[in-house]
Design a protein around this ligand. Structure first.
Ligand SMILES: *Cc1c(COP(=O)(O)O)cnc(C)c1O
Length: 356
């Protein structure tokens, strides 16, 4: 029998969350399925999200496998191409690609054939990661507008603060000043902007995290947004220990009992993707009841407090995150974000499809 840890991926929840996005906008939806569908599986995610008008990801091999699986919608490479060899595949598989830097335009100029590529010209409207600074956009636009390899141009940008109190107005203004000069399709919004800033929707929205059922906001829960968790990570208690006052738990003795306690050892560790930096007190469900992590997470195991859960014992079901245990709460206790936890799920965790 394999170790009892399992990630349930609820495809109905993915479809449901896509509907939530759909209700919030009239723009076309580019479902972001980068990083193996935020850890949920590339083709599994694409299948459940197949009503989306487009898919966005990074790896050209993933884009090709989507085409080969029969998906006909727009497939956007969020970092575009990395070298001249990519261009041949982009043309052959009809992939759309972000153009964010001058060197990419030069590669396009050197491309020997005519082509009909859809390019998404990326504007750096204030995040200072990818994209042409506002004053250089017109030059890039001049180069692309009449380019023999280019069919359609979409003008895109990305927000740095759509999820926090700084908001998008600064970047939105910078972007709108540029976009006003052209009649081109527009794309700006990630999940947070889709949910909070209708003025940023443009022609294509690009939700990621909300589709997987997590909130992009620190101050609003997924449940309040009507989102359902897609990934539920579960395991079981495989050993019980009784502690006396003063006993310590796990590597480094990071938890010390101040009374007699009963703890459960759970088959889940950082090699499964559970965050090693989760603190004492990180919430965990055992047989559906809330309790807490004790001591340092090790590679293959972690410990939970069963002192108040008298029915719990060997074989009890443990929910690390997902249904009933919001992943955002676990992320907060590990000083990270839900995105990182989802993406960090490792290959050794078996996946089951369907509801948890
Ligand atoms: C990842 C990504 C998104 C999706 O962001 P979420 O916060 O997950 O909704 C949208 N656009 C770009 C360019 C991205 O890289």
């Amino acid at each position: 029998m394999p170790r009892p840890i399992i990630a349930h991926i609820d495809q109905n929840a993915l479809e449901h969350n896509l509907q939530i996005a759909r209700r919030a906008t009239s723009a076309r939806i580019m479902a972001v399925i980068k990083a193996n569908g935020y850890g949920h599986g590339l083709l599994r995610s694409a299948q459940a999200l197949s009503a989306a008008e487009g898919f966005a990801l990074l790896d050209i091999r993933d884009a090709i496998s989507l085409r080969e699986a029969g998906y006909r919608q727009t497939i956007l490479l969020l970092e575009g191409f990395f070298d001249a060899a990519d261009l041949k595949y982009i043309a052959e598989y009809d992939l759309a690609c972000v153009i964010h830097s001058q060197w990419q335009i030069e590669l396009l100029d050197a491309y020997p054939k005519r082509a009909a590529l859809d390019v998404w010209l990326k504007v750096n409207s204030g995040m200072h990661r990818l994209g042409f600074p506002p004053l250089q956009v017109w030059m890039a636009m001049e180069a692309l507008r009449s380019h023999r390899a280019v069919r359609e141009i979409t003008l895109m940008t990305h927000f740095a603060n759509a999820d926090d109190e700084h908001g998008v107005s600064f970047q939105l203004d910078a972007y709108n000043r540029i976009a006003a000069q052209y009649r081109l399709p527009r794309s700006l919004a990630n999940s947070a902007a889709l949910l909070r800033y209708p003025a940023s929707h443009g022609d294509w929205v690009r939700p990621g995290i909300m589709l997987y059922g997590a909130s992009p906001f620190a101050d609003v829960s997924a449940e309040q947004l009507g989102l359902k968790p897609v990934m539920t990570l579960k395991s079981r208690v495989i050993a019980i220990q009784q502690l006396d006052a003063g006993d310590e738990v796990g590597y480094g003795g990071k938890y010390r009992a101040d009374r007699t306690m009963r703890i459960g050892v759970v088959a889940c560790g950082y090699a499964d993707g559970y965050p090693r930096h989760a603190k004492n007190g990180t919430p965990v469900l055992v047989d559906g009841k809330k309790t807490q992590l004790l001591g340092r997470v090790s590679m293959d195991m972690l410990c939970v407090d069963l002192s108040a859960l008298h029915e719990a014992g060997i074989g009890s079901t443990v929910t690390l995150w997902g249904e009933g245990m919001p992943i955002e709460e676990v992320a907060r206790a590990a000083e990270t974000i839900s995105y990182e936890l989802m993406c960090a799920l490792t290959l050794r965790v078996s996946v089951s499809e369907g509801e948890p």
